[in-house]
Design a protein around this ligand. Sequence first.
Ligand code: NCD
Length: 307
Amino acid sequence: MLKHLIDPLDLSLQELDQLLELAGRIADNPGRFAHVCQGKKLATLFYEPSTRTRLSFEAAMLNLGGSVLGFSSADSSSAAKGETVEDTIRVVSCYADICAMRHPKEGAPMVASRYSSIPVINAGDGGHQHPTQTLTDLLTIQRSKGRLGNLTVGLCGDLKFGRTVHSLMKSLARYEGIRFVLISPEELRVPDYIIEDTLVAQQIPYEEARRLEDVIGKLDVLYMTRVQRERFFNEEDYIRLKDSYILDMDKMAMAREDMVVLHPLPRVNEIAAAVDNDPRALYFQQAQNGVYVRMALIMTLLGVKEC
Ligand code: NCD
């Protein structure tokens, strides 16, 4: 049984399918789930900025009839006084039934899970993983394309530091007939360990491209990402690379009629505002789906039954 969600592969394929199925049922009839977590508390422990992830976790718990507590920056927690994640989670375990943690250090939520007596959800750890964004992405792909296999998925932008990209690749690689097109500047390529452990080891077909316009026409899904400024070592590199890709209506004209555009958000410059009105742009719908998958995940980890 699932105890924590730290890495996307903590969910078996069967558990993942069940969770997405539950999220789909919640999306179709959210009112039915309005009281299933009454009396339960979610703690959001956010040591890094967030809008969607934290608020969608909080909205998810409130929608289930539960309550929320937490902090939204390291400065406003005892981390500023030097408290370790181990100690913080031991204490939070006394106050809440489940927690979501975002941390700039890779592996911090995993360490927390070892000291926790309540389920810990990784809400993003440094440039490593972001498994609940992946649930959001998968639900959006499944509901728009009708499947998670047999898809050509283009990932574009900062594939090096983008944790949402890393988690999505790991998860999609488990479905039949997935092909990846990795579109990034040389400096922001997918890390070698992901190419080796996920793509080569599982013989997943992939190609790398530098120009979006060269490959956009063959994609079923285009996943745009922002250049992750906060993970750069120097500002000049960020400035040089930040506008490497801008999806505009000229590029959308080269894409298939049924291609869908996803973005975990926040967007900076990488998608022109004009694209928002194109029916293929699903990123705001994706943000809505984030609430449904987090509702399903909280229910699953708390072992809450549908009434
Ligand atoms: C992403 C993240 O935090 O990794 N945002 C999110 O959770 N929706 C993507 C990003 O910050 O670029």
